[in-house]
Write a protein of this length. Structure first.
Length: 292
């Protein structure tokens, strides 16, 4: 019998690894991250995404991660403009910092890297790194605007990381994620909390997102009427999606991860998911929030 936790994976993007001083609880970042990873290991979370972290952060993770590594780990390539030899050298350096000889997946972090002038050389080298045993699978991290199906048809990745959430259902509604699955591409959902937008009280929603305010208020009301809360609703939606092989969550503390695991372990709430989707283009693209 499967458990919702079988799909749950951990992203390191919000870990307090680059802080000079302690966390909000007065503890060192290393101690906080060690606790996060120990909780994740005890809960048998399936994946650990380290894509995009600094060398300093990778070193800390290598020092505090449980051994043997219980997670399917993923890292990302660096920008390809310095050539494929540099890309591979940096990937090998990341493995050394993490204290492993291989990872599950190496991801190209954006479609622009693939479609730029160095894209084909980058992809050929990533394929070569897979063949050499540095990883088991290769993939690409995409946005809804990147035409994920078109990218998958051209490059045939093993894995695609893509954003989808209770609020951002675009790639589900238009059948993109289902099409990827039919092509044999494994789908990993990220950004399932849409930068925490669902958790913000109405008076703290950024002013540039006023176009989405009505839909956000409606989503919160429907969740409350369904005897649920935003965390359980967001997790219940993402984990219940048949297209998703893995659902990545980001946390800043061990307490947050414990709350996520507890919410994910509960039965998903009986809610009308369709009524909660946003259609505001600014709200659906956190990259544009600062510029809006």
């Amino acid at each position: 019998m499967t458990s919702p936790l079988d799909k749950l994976g951990l992203g390191s993007g919000q870990f307090p690894l680059d802080q000079v001083y302690g966390t909000a609880r007065g503890r060192s970042p290393q101690a906080e991250v060690r606790d996060i990873l120990e909780i994740a290991a005890r809960a048998r979370l399936c994946a650990f995404d380290i894509a995009g972290r600094s060398p300093q952060a990778e070193t800390i993770l290598g020092e505090v991660a449980p051994r043997p590594t219980p997670f399917r780990m993923s890292i990302s390539t660096v920008r390809p403009d310095k050539g494929p030899d540099f890309v591979e050298a940096e990937a090998r350096a990341a493995l050394r910092r993490l204290g492993v000889d291989h990872v599950d997946t190496i991801l190209v972090p954006s479609a622009s890297d693939l479609f730029g002038p160095y894209g084909m050389a980058l992809w050929a080298r990533v394929q070569a790194m897979r063949d050499a045993g540095l990883c088991r699978r290769i993939g690409v991290s995409l946005y809804a605007s990147d035409d994920p199906v078109g990218v998958a048809r051209r490059f045939r990745p093993d894995v695609v990381q893509a954003p989808a959430s209770l609020l951002d259902q675009r790639l589900l509604v238009d059948g993109t994620l289902a099409s990827l699955c039919e092509m044999g591409v494994e789908v990993h959902l990220r950004s399932i909390f849409l930068n925490g937008l669902l958790f913000l009280p109405p008076d703290r929603v950024p002013h540039q997102l006023k176009g989405a305010a009505g839909r956000l208020s409606r989503a919160r009301r429907l969740i409350a009427e369904g005897k649920s809360d935003p965390l359980q609703a967001a997790l219940g939606f993402a984990l219940s999606r048949p297209e998703a092989a893995t659902v990545l969550v980001g946390v800043t503390s061990a307490a947050e991860l414990s709350a996520v695991i507890a919410a994910a372990s509960s039965p998903p709430p009986d809610l009308d998911w369709d009524e909660m989707a946003l259609d505001d283009p600014v709200a659906l693209d956190p990259r544009s929030w600062a510029a809006a």
